[in-house]
Design a protein. Structure first.
Length: 398
């Protein structure tokens, strides 16, 4: 999987730098060509000799070699790389990455790199939890940097909590997943439906019931399917988003409109991704005039809407059907329930308990659940999340 891949391994000044030795060894064992860039402080934590021996190349620290003036070109390094992997990434380096400070070779290379960038943060639990660090992580993820989350456990300080750099084996798995998600044009001739955004259930000509969905995840999936050559119909509630290139957009308002449009398109589709946040209840009757307020409380009677995903699932044949589960508690059990009830091929779970997941933002953190497996993914941009989901669609499409 990593055969021939050019990977720059960036090492920053954290005690977890000792794990970079094993990480480097595993990358080389997987067939990757590795160049190591260390920040000046990183040299205090692990020796250049160790890293040079394991990577089979001299390590790079300074902008130029002080002995002979030879320039270490961050531009050529950035062009050479298929991935810049910074592990461990300190709070300091992450902060500099978000603001564009470029006071060492690793940071100038980051700014020049056109490749995928992944970071594995490592720090003390309070530094990790600090609002500044969390904000920086979110910003980087929104800009497309893959965040390989730290684990919880004993830290160098003796405290116990979240901040330990992910283990080298786990980092390797995530690096492979990122390469696997890179784009191929593999869905030409396939027709997909994507539902997205929130539905609007009118109460009277002025008021309505809706939810916080912005449609970003569904739009990113529609875009990715189209990029891989599929013919895509995006059935969408009201959003502020532009129509993705190459996608046919069908605007709807209520759950019932969405149901009718989706069931109609399903006849000719090869698959559907049900990303919309569809209202479960709608007012039993819609007043034809603005309801006047009085001093009494008001009760609005609601009735159930039809479940679109379930309807498609009842008539699925060997087509692909993907659902979403946005949960606040009992996440896995609820997601597995949906998988069965709606006859889905897989369900994409995001928990509102995960920072950076769910409504509105530009990032997501998902677990993909099917009948046989559960794949957890790191915090990623919604764009990268869409790639991972479409990869899975390709794998399950018969
Ligand atoms: O049952 P629940 O609403 O939690 O399930 C979420 C999944 O089902 C999502 O994929 C959503 O798009 C889909 N759904 C639907 N029609 C509904 C309700 C949910 O397609 N009426």
């Amino acid at each position: 999987m990593l055969n021939g891949k050019h990977i720059i391994l960036g090492i920053t000044g954290s005690i977890a730098a000792y794990k970079a030795a094993m990480l480097c060894r595993l990358l080389v064992k997987e067939g990757a060509e590795v160049r190591v860039i260390m920040t000046p402080l990183a040299k205090q934590f692990i020796t250049p000799l160790t890293m040079a021996t394991l990577s089979k190349h001299p390590i790079l620290v300074e902008f130029f070699n002080p002995e002979n003036g030879e320039w270490n070109s961050h531009v050529s390094l950035g062009e050479w790389a298929d991935m810049l992997l910074i592990a461990p990434a300190t709070a300091n380096t992450m902060a500099k990455m978000t603001t564009g400070i470029a006071d060492n070779l690793l940071l100038t290379t980051y700014l020049s790199a056109r490749s995928k960038v992944a970071i594995a943060p490592a720090m003390d639990l309070d530094m990790y939890a600090h609002v500044t660090t969390q904000q920086n992580l979110k910003t980087l993820a929104e800009r497309g940097v893959a965040i390989i989350e730290p684990g919880a456990g004993e830290l160098a300080s003796g405290l116990v909590g979240k901040g330990r750099m992910a283990e080298p084996e786990e980092i390797i798995e995530q690096v492979k997943a990122i390469f696997a998600a890179e784009c191929k044009r593999t869905l030409s001739g396939k027709r997909y439906i994507v539902t997205a955004g929130a539905t609007i259930e009118p109460i009277d000509p002025v008021r309505y019931i809706t939810n916080h969905s912005t449609g970003k995840m569904g739009y990113a999936i529609a875009e990715e399917l189209a990029r891989r050559g599929a013919e895509v119909k995006l059935i969408t509630g009201r959003t502020a988003l532009p129509t993705p290139q190459g996608v046919e957009r069908i605007d709807v308002l209520s759950a019932e409109d969405m149901y009718n449009a989706t069931v109609k398109e399903w006849e000719l589709a090869d698959g559907a991704v049900m990303c919309a946040a569809v209202a479960d209840y709608t007012p039993k009757s819609v007043a034809d005039h603005k309801l006047k307020k009085s001093d009494d409380d008001l009760t609005i009677e609601l009735c159930r809407t039809k479940d679109i995903a379930k309807e498609l699932g009842s008539n699925k044949g060997n087509r692909t059907l993907v659902g979403f589960a946005l949960e606040t508690d009992n996440e896995r059990a609820n997601a597995e329930g949906k998988l069965q009830r709606k006859n889905l091929d897989f369900v994409v779970l995001n928990s509102l308990r995960d920072k950076g997941a769910g409504f509105g933002g530009d990032t997501n953190k998902i677990t993909i659940i099917d009948n046989n497996s559960r794949e957890e993914h790191p915090l990623m941009s919604k764009h990268d999340t869409a790639k991972v989901i479409v990869d899975k669609i390709e794998r399950v499409t018969r």
